[in-house]
Design a protein around this ligand. Structure first.
Ligand code: 3PG
Ligand code: MG
Length: 395
């Protein structure tokens, strides 16, 4: 999957239309609370402007409904954050293909950066509308996809826009190239042992990932609330834990298929309420008393998982082991993160919750790669192909 990158083209005096994923969290005052996705796009943006090109950035933010309450989904705060991180002025258009975008595109000088308003303010983005795509592509010399977090989508800016570019160059940005290198290439030819750690609330979110990884990993470690659905499948007691009753049969099948490869918790840290200062008890897995719910893997499980992870040469992690936001139920997630930091394997952390966990627990700089994609990194681990990546130019 060797795609041309922005380094392979000469942007001097040209307009680069770059799809980024600036779908970042905002607080009530419209401040960007996590700028990682913006930061990670800087190398591609700088590479164009430092070589005398012009950059038009397009992204979505959130899932606006077109119901009049959409102002909170404006990309303006993200554009302001970008200006701060770049240390230069960034123009902002209050529309995508309207008069303001047209005027600001025309006024863009070499070395300049323009951010268009939220693509999803136009219904054509989600529907992949060809006219919307053609209007976005109009006047651009080069298309660049640096929006890894959105690569599993077929929104207009991801697929119809590069298609509308015709024979003009369509390349990946450095962020997308790096994500593909880790998530796809490293997994296709892993150094072994190859261990996957999967957590989070729902089995249903991870079925395909578990199935795919059981086929290629040496061990798949299960944590998070989905462990309780597996527990039910083994006839265990789960007390008031979060479970998916309708996924019990599926969990049975995965247990059968997984054999020794699939590792489930042997103990559980429970509480009698969803709070850090509730009454707590550690029990054997499948023996959660009534009135209690599982909130983390127990210490024995944490030790076993840590040993397994330390010995691994390739590690993929998606989903926390427990309620890491609520100490002491962060202990299991911390133990796994510490083991990754202590080991010498290549470690790939999925976006979303797992990225937040390693960030919050202070391990982000001790892993090989933290993905900027939640759904996209999961889709890659499922073995999905991305139309948005496939149509980029080959090296
Ligand atoms: C994400 O954060 O998952 C990506 O930006 C894609 O957003 P979406 O799930 O709303 O398509
Ligand atoms: Mg998503």
């Amino acid at each position: 999957m060797a795609k041309k990158t922005i380094a392979d083209i000469d942007p001097s005096g040209k307009t680069v239309l770059m799809r980024v994923d600036f779908n970042v969290p905002l607080d009530d005052n419209q401040n960007v609370t996590d700028d990682r996705r913006i930061n990670m796009a800087l190398p591609s943006i700088k590479s164009v402007i430092e070589r005398g090109g012009r950059v038009i950035l397009m992204s979505h933010l959130g899932r606006p409904k077109g119901d009049g309450g959409d102002a909170k989904y404006s990309l303006k705060p993200a554009a302001a954050k970008l200006a701060e991180l770049l240390g230069q002025e960034v123009a902002f258009a209050t529309d995508t293909i309207g008069d303001d975008a047209g005027a600001k595109r025309a006024a863009l000088a070499d070395g300049g950066v323009l951010v268009l308003e939220n693509l999803r303010f136009n219904a054509g983005e989600k529907s992949g509308d060809a006219d919307f795509a053609a209007a976005l592509a109009d006047g651009a010399d080069i298309y660049c996809n640096d929006a890894f977090g959105t690569c599993h989508r077929t929104d207009a800016s991801m697929v119809a826009v590069p298609q509308a570019m015709g024979d003009k160059p369509k390349v990946s940005g450095f962020l997308v190239a790096k994500e593909i290198e880790y998530l796809s290439d490293a997994i296709a030819k892993p150094e072994r042992p190859f261990v996957a750690i999967l957590g989070g609330a729902k089995v249903s979110d991870k079925i395909t990932v578990i199935e795919n990884l059981l086929g290629i990993c040496d061990k798949v470690l299960i944590g998070g609330a989905m462990a309780y659905t597996f527990s039910l499948a083994q006839g265990g007691q789960v007390g008031g834990s979060l479970v998916e009753e309708d996924k019990v049969d599926l969990a049975k099948q995965l247990i059968e298929r997984g054999g020794d490869k699939l590792m489930l918790p042997v103990d559980t840290h429970c509480g009698d309420a969803f709070s850090g200062d509730c009454n707590k008890v550690v029990v054997e897995a499948g023996k959660i008393p009534d009135g209690y719910e599982g909130l983390d893997i127990g210490p024995k499980t944490a030790a076993i998982y840590a040993e397994t992870v330390k010995a691994a040469k390739t590690i993929v992690w998606n989903g926390p082991m427990g309620v890491f936001e609520m100490p002491p139920f962060d202990a299991g997630t911390k133990a796994v993160a510490q083991a990754i930091a202590d080991g010498d394997g290549t470690s790939i952390i999925g976006g979303g919750d797992s990225a937040a966990a390693v960030q919050q627990l202070g391990f982000a700089d001790q892993v090989s790669h933290v993905s900027t994609g939640g759904g996209a990194s999961l889709a890659m681990l499922e073995g999905q192909e991305f139309a948005a990546v496939n149509l980029l130019d080959e090296k």
